[in-house]
Design a protein around this ligand. Structure first.
Ligand code: THU
Length: 165
């Protein structure tokens, strides 16, 4: 049985071992995103979203959307989970599960969150879920094809702009 840390607490879960997640591990990750959804602070949109991010070393870090009276300062659940993870020292991820209250639709991450995921690699999995636990599995690359990422910044350029520019 694998040891998994969920928001700092060690628990034991089967099937988190490799990069490939077992059915049970996916179910568990989706359940954690549903739990995270309960913390959503969304008095303006009333649209709850939760995310559960699984790191390469099997820690699960959750996030929810946090809105603000200054509307444009609201932050999505996925971005909160990723920022929490990075600030705890994690930069390699296996998967993220996303939950909302939409009954008939898999929750689809916004463009900004896709770009935020992409920063940390193209070939990891995103589970778009429904409240009944059914899900659609996509890679970051499938969600954001032909993307711009960290590698692009160090590609050959026509001009080398000097530091003092
Ligand atoms: N939201 C997320 O947290 N994640 C998504 O993938 C889509 C949208 C939030 C942002 C806002 O708080 C609310 O859902 C409505 O857009």
């Amino acid at each position: 049985m694998e040891q998994v840390k969920i928001n700092g607490e060690l628990v034991h879960v089967k099937g988190y071992g490799s990069r490939h997640l077992s059915q049970d591990a996916v179910k568990e990750l989706i359940q954690q995103s549903q739990e995270a959804k309960k913390q959503a602070y969304c008095p303006y949109s009333k649209f709850r979203v939760g995310a559960a991010l699984l790191t390469l070393d099997n820690c699960v870090i959750t996030g929810c959307n946090v809105e603000n009276a200054c509307y444009n300062l609201g932050v999505c659940a996925e971005r909160n989970a990723i920022s929490k993870a990075v600030s705890e020292g994690y930069r390699s991820f296996k998967a993220i599960a996303i939950a909302s209250d939409l009954n008939d639709q898999f929750i689809s991450p916004c463009g900004g969150c896709r770009q935020f995921m992409r920063e940390f690699g193209l070939n990891w999995n995103v589970y778009l879920s429904k409240p009944d636990g059914s899900h659609l599995k996509m890679t970051v690359n499938e969600l954001l094809p032909v993307s711009f990422g960290p590698e692009d910044l160090s590609m050959d350029k026509v001009f080398d702009i000097p530091n003092e520019y």
